[in-house]
Each structure stands twice: as C-alpha cells, then as structure tokens.
Design a protein around this ligand. Sequence first.
Ligand code: MG
Length: 216
Amino acid sequence: MPEILIAGTALRVANVFCVGRNYLEHAREMGSTIGTEPMVFLKPSSALVFAGEPLQLPAWSQEVHHETELVVAIGRGGRNIAAADALSHVAGYALGLDLTARDVQAAAKKAGNPWTLAKGFAGAAPLTSFVAADEITDPQALEFTLHRNGELKQHARTRDMAFGVATLIAWISARFGLQSGDLVFTGTPEGVGPIVSGDELLLTLPGLIESRFQVA
Ligand code: MG
C-alpha cells in the first residue's frame, strides 16, 4: 500500500473515498443536481500518483478530465464520528485530481454500470504533498486553483461545498467506518475539462501547496 508523509510521519493509505457532486456549479455543468445526502464512490489505492511522477493517460479513453479537489487524510479512524468532533480525526490536507475518463463514465452511466473503471484506473488519483491538519483551522475557508498550461481552469472556494469536511467525515464514518490512512477526495468545483499528452497542470493552495504535474 502506498504511504503519504504528513509533518514527517508516514501514514499508510487505506481506503480512498471520493465525493461526487459536492459543488452546485459543477453538478450543473454535468447536467445534474445535488441530493440531500453525499454521493460517495471509491478508487483503489493503486490509482494514486504522487507529485513528481508523470501522469499516464489510459489508451482506452479519448477524453480524460481533470477534477481538482481538496483531499483529507484521516489520522484517527472511528465509527459514527460526530460532526462536531470530526476535524480532530484529520491528519492533514492535500490537493488531488479525481481524473475521470469522461467518455467511459458516460457509457457506464448510460448502461447503469459502476464508474469504477472511469474513475479508478492506474494513475487516476494524483496527489500533492500534505499539509498538517493543525496548519488549517477551517477547511471551509480555503481557496484552491488549477492552471492547465498556465491558464486558470478551476478556482474553488471550499465554503461552496454542499457537504463540508466535517459532515462528510461524520457521514462516511457512519456508513463505512473510517480508518487511519483513509483519504477523502471532497469533490470538484466547476471548470472540469480534458487533459492531453504534454500538458502541465499546476495545483495551488495559496501559501501552503504548489505542485506541478506533467502529462506524459
Ligand atoms: Mg470528483
């Protein structure tokens, strides 16, 4: 299993949870709406790619999209974690890309099949380095951006999340249980779009994270 480093401490990655449709404008651009509860899916940990490694696009998709997301690393697991206590379970925060083979996802949606291949292929979850949780007092007061080849493509304000980090931790812990080393991709804002070979992607959380990925 891959490991992440948070403030010098290695944490072995367990499950990788992802939240779909957590920003209203992104739900709209996908022709969708946001329900009354979070929509959660999983990626295998083999999908993770770390800063400095090239992004390899799958040969069987003609349309891989970037979805830039705040990623939460769970330090202390639990079941039925109260939202009021949820942030104390967080070890750190990073930015990540929920890379999505949009053509394969569209076909899966149409056929009523799971999204696993479209969202979980090898390399579908690039991650920046992590910031320790104590450096971020309020995860709903952040902004982050994605530039593709120098052009601003996505700009998130985390206060726009339909379900905030604490709510997501409470909800996931009550349904699945959370373990130390679990990651939660918290959903993308609007502005998703294709990436192609040769692209340079820059993920920024001002003052805390600036990470570049090269698409092979
Ligand atoms: Mg996503």
